[in-house]
Design a protein around this ligand. Structure first.
Ligand SMILES: NC(=O)c1ccc[n+]([C@@H]2O[C@H](COP(=O)([O-])OP(=O)(O)OC[C@H]3O[C@@H](n4cnc5c(N)ncnc54)[C@H](O)[C@@H]3O)[C@@H](O)[C@H]2O)c1
Length: 316
């Protein structure tokens, strides 16, 4: 099997590359190295990196023709990045996905599309199910342009899945993390690790009672792999997350205790500017995910935090 993996140099993509190699695949990674890093990719002669943009029509046509399946993960990711370069992030989301689905449909190659829990907007803390209406804030608050782009990508996925009978799987990720995640664009775990290592303080937005449910990138990759295998004409849609909410303050304390228990935790306002709107709770209902994939996450939050510590130890 030959997998085309867009965004393969990123957090989830590099974990998926490792998973696909274990299954005996050849992999072509298409990545523009905007947030991803070459060094994240497994070193293996079966992995080929093509540096380029997913909106490049001719390039994508050629790569799709040569592969058997596609995992489309490339996107401008992170609240900070979306707010600082909103047109770039949206252009990629709209054009890149259109190019990719059009060629995948012409060549009839099954596609996994990476969407996001941002499409649900805020909630009162209840687990979010896939049959709930999507609903986020007005795109004049730029934070929501990311969700708008992903909803457009989902709509494209299902349009091709129906009209062209293209086998499609859409996964909505909830806070996937791991040591390959960048700390510059607002991802909370690598940011706290970076602040703790620098001697602090760790900055928690607000009182820290907002909750998130974290999924280890290795488990996320297993889910993508299984969803891609389950992709079918008409399309399937599933949350990809783990229902284990922790408060952001608790996360900060756990990270501080692992790096340096003397580091201070401060409370502050996010400095993203006016386009930012805080999301208080985000929790997946993973019933459908379990039904489709039959897989339960192997890595606890403790395991994930340990993998950060291991990576930091090896990088010094
Ligand atoms: N990590 C999460 O918690 C999370 C949550 C929701 C959705 N997602 C989605 O999952 C996917 C992977 O996210 P991630 O956390 O691994 O992010 P990441 O930033 O680590 O990876 C994204 C990769 O895509 C590449 N890329 C960006 N724009 C590109 C373009 N135009 N052409 C080619 N390559 C491009 C980047 O260089 C990077 O390697 C994304 O689509 C993201 O929107 C992730």
């Amino acid at each position: 099997m030959h997998l085309l993996l867009t965004g393969g140099c990123g957090l989830i993509g590099s974990a998926l590359a490792a998973r696909a190699l274990r299954a005996g695949c050849r992999i072509t990674v298409l990545d523009n190295l905007s947030t991803g890093r070459r060094k994240n990719l497994p070193r293996d002669r079966r992995v080929e990196l093509v540096v380029g943009d997913v909106a490049d029509d001719d390039l994508v046509a050629d790569l799709v023709r040569r592969c058997d399946r596609v995992a489309h993960l490339a996107a401008g990711v992170g609240v900070g990045l979306v707010l600082s370069r909103p047109t770039g992030a949206l252009r990629q989301a709209l054009l890149g996905s259109e190019v990719l689905f059009r060629h995948a449909a012409a060549a009839r190659k099954p596609v996994f599309f990476a969407s996001t829990s941002e499409v649900y907007g805020d909630s009162a803390g209840e687990p979010l199910r896939e049959d709930r209406n999507v609903g986020f804030g007005s795109p004049d608050r730029l934070r929501f342009s990311y969700a708008a782009g992903k909803v457009a990508g989902e709509a494209l996925a299902f349009a091709y899945a129906h009209e062209y009978r293209l086998p499609v799987a859409v996964g909505r990720f909830f806070n996937v993390t791991g040591p390959a995640q960048r700390d510059e664009y607002g991802a909370v775990a690598p940011t706290f690790f970076g602040q703790a290592r620098a001697g602090g303080p760790i900055t928690v937005h607000g009182d820290g009672s907002q909750t998130r449910s974290f999924l280890d990138a290795r488990d996320a990759a297993e889910y993508v792999w299984r969803l891609l295998e389950a992709a079918r004409p008409g399309g399937i849609l599933a949350n990809i997350g783990r229902d284990n909410p922790v408060t952001v303050l608790d996360l900060a304390r756990r990270i501080r205790d692992r790096v340096d228990p003397t580091v201070r935790i401060e409370h502050g306002a996010p400095d993203y500017g006016t386009g930012f709107v805080p999301i208080l709770h985000r929790r997946p209902d993973s019933t459908r995910l379990l039904e489709i994939t039959g897989y339960k996450p192997r890595f606890s939050l403790q395991d994930t935090l340990s993998s950060f510590v291991d990576a930091l130890t090896h990088s010094t």
